[in-house]
Design a protein around this ligand. Sequence first.
Ligand code: NAD
Length: 501
Amino acid sequence: MGRGSPSSPTYGASSSPPTARAGIAGSFSAMMAAQQSSPSANAFAMQNASTSPRSHGSGQANGIPIPSGGRRPSVSHNMPKVLTPFNTSSIKILLLEAVSLGAVDMLRKQGYQVDYEKDAMSEDQLIEKIKDYHVIGIRSKTKLTEKVFRAADKLLVVGCFCIGTNQVDLLAAARRGVCVFNSPFANSRSVAELVIGETIALSRQLVDRASELRRGDWQKVSKGCYEIRGKTLGIVGYGHIGSQLSVLAESMGMTVVYYDVFPLMPLGTARQTETLEELLSVSDFVTLHVPEIEDTKNMISTAQLACMKKGSYLLNNARGTVVDLPALCEALESGHLAGAAVDVYPREPKGNGKGNFDNDLNPWATRLRACPNIILTPHIGGSTEEAQRMIGQEVATALIRYINFGGSVGAVNFPEVDLRAITEADRSVIRICHVHQNQPGALRSINSLLGNYNVDKQHTDSKTDVAYLMVDISGVSEEETSRIYESVSGLPTNILTRLLT
Ligand SMILES: NC(=O)c1ccc[n+]([C@@H]2O[C@H](COP(=O)([O-])OP(=O)(O)OC[C@H]3O[C@@H](n4cnc5c(N)ncnc54)[C@H](O)[C@@H]3O)[C@@H](O)[C@H]2O)c1
């Protein structure tokens, strides 16, 4: 790997040809399975740039451990070739904040050296520690600041084992050539199930009855309590969560309408409405599943609440800024709405604690807490054991794909680039993964270096001031490989160059 920043170390080139490879046809997961079961899948990494050499196994060919019971697939020439950029046993990964053990297992099976910590680290601890690692995995408590990235000489990639990425200075990471992945959709099912639960709880006034009895008050009522069967659910935002919810709601006997900014194919017998107002006026329950963007800020306020049917319910498990909460209080207090469920707030406490959801945090907190038939939850829509497991798998998969194959699809701070697999039949093919400054003429300089070789395929994209190019070149000797590597990583616009074979 060559990182081009003047303050960062750069590395000497060496190479060692692959000796044996195994693969099974198809997807990335098939490639990974093949890699895990290959006794002697060897590869080398050219880790190089212009000034000082570094040691971490650069260019050594190394076998990858076989997990016990791993089945060795048969090798075909059309099968994707397993690429490993480094001596895989030398890839060092630091996992903090007790990320899922499934992820740890997946990463160890790749032969990476994984250090696992239960707690987050402070900036000073990170600055001390991170210089040894190629990968760091965090959840929401670890802050990765620009200072931390400046100390992270070997870092290639960050895995956020969570939804949000506010804790990471994404631009600083990209400028150091560090790709950041997260897992935005692994908890969709958990949110959809919670909405079904809340829909029933609201229409039966479950939370009010339960809290009365916990105080010792027996209040048996049926007035104003309903089944959800036959009622209409209006879903605003028909994405990962909204569409999954649509299927669950229909199976409960509900009629589903949805509104989205895009025309989207309905699932089951759901129907898309032309306007938000139409959805609001026909729904017994309105549930919000839109992203937090300028267009969705206060998208449900006084005027929209007035469009909702009298005696209907509002559920917000999306983001806190989407609903004007004082306006919701008004609609509940006046009896226009029969109830509401709120999981997300414009400002949320930094951590768990007694009494910290108060008027200092949000001036209307006491008023909201006193509303009739309201379910208030502390942003737990996606918080389940299953979601944590899925997040672990998804982020570990993204890390392995980036480390071993260079693909950055799904990255949050980085151009999303990928190339179809190099197959077993592709002899002497090398893959260059080149992160560079997005400047006029940068691509021309790279292509003029590669112009005399047989470029099989290439893909490039840019995001703000960082660009990422993947190129596969065939028919290259070892000597030429070193030359190509040195010249590409020596370009003035180079940020980070890796070579896979
Ligand atoms: N409560 C929780 O714990 C929790 C957990 C996961 C996700 N979320 C939130 O849920 C929301 C939805 O998540 P998702 O994974 O389904 O997102 P998604 O990106 O898959 O879907 C969002 C949908 O909203 C649509 N949309 C965008 N702007 C719109 C607008 N102005 N009007 C109508 N539709 C609009 C998009 O076209 C898209 O179809 C996000 O805000 C996410 O942050 C909350």
